[in-house]
Design a protein around this ligand. Structure first.
Ligand code: 13P
Length: 247
């Protein structure tokens, strides 16, 4: 049975004071989650220590939003695995479409980031997904397959999460239709070649769409952006409910 992993990516939001207030409101709302479900939050680097301390004892895990492939050195602006481990970080997002686009991250670099994470016992959350124009040109599957195959090269799939995040669904309010998201997640599972790999969907997930998404056979969790900034809304997502037939 694959574990359900509900993750929130705060992107460049939340000061330490805001993260503390979020944690105070959020903790009691996720105190009684059903078994087999885990919650992960990815604050900006500056709020990791605050959030990690504030969520002690809650079972909520902490992710970095990126990770460098070297342990230390002359890499201005970067953060390494040992630095993250010091703060109890358990996961690291790699290959998100925003650093792919804004900082020209390549599949090769993303793979190195993921390998460094695993080497230090951190679970990489490898993001893949096509743009609007790639989907319209019928290239979605080819693009995603390349991102998956190059991204997971040399990784242990038992300690990996892959997040399918179609770029056209991110921050647009256009959630990918659940059946289509499920179809792509099924293909990703085949391309990884490990049936037990945990696969998330991400892109405008919100409290109104979560139950239907989590009812899909190949969607094991979600990676939530905007809706993870609100403690009540994100708690509702973490407390998703399956329709009776899918339980
Ligand atoms: P939104 O949920 O805001 O669309 O963001 C998705 C995302 O990019 C999560 O990593």
């Amino acid at each position: 049975m694959r574990k359900a992993v509900i993750a929130g990516n705060w992107k460049m939001h939340m000061t330490c004071a805001e993260a503390q207030a979020f944690a105070d409101a959020f903790k009691p709302l996720v105190a009684n989650l059903p078994a087999g479900r885990s919650v992960v939050l990815a604050p900006p680097f500056t709020a990791i220590a605050t959030l990690s301390n504030a969520l002690q004892g809650s079972g909520v895990q902490i992710s970095a939003q990126n990770i460098h492939w070297q342990e230390k050195g002359a890499f201005t602006g970067m953060i390494s695995a040992p630095m993250l481990l010091e703060h109890g970080v358990t996961h690291a997002i790699v290959g998100h479409s925003e650093p792919r686009k804004y900082y020209s991250e390549t599949d090769e670099q993303i793979n190195l980031r993921a390998r460094s994470a695993q080497k230090h016992g951190i679970v990489p959350i490898l993001c893949v997904g096509e743009s609007d124009s790639q989907r319209e040109a019928g290239e979605a599957e080819r693009v995603i397959r390349r991102q998956v195959e190059q991204g997971v090269d040399g990784l242990d799939p038992a300690r990996l999460i892959v997040a399918y995040e179609p770029i056209w669904a991110i921050g647009t309010g256009k959630t990918c239709e659940a059946a289509e998201a499920n179809r792509i997640c099924g293909l990703i599972r085949q391309w990884v070649g490990y049936p037990e790999v945990v696969i998330q969907y991400g892109g405008s997930v919100n409290p109104a769409t979560i139950d239907q998404l989590m009812a899909q056979s190949d969607i094991d969790g979600v990676l939530v952006g905007g809706a993870s900034l609100d403690p009540e809304g994100f708690a509702r997502i973490a407390n998703y409910q399956l329709p009776v037939a899918a339980v």
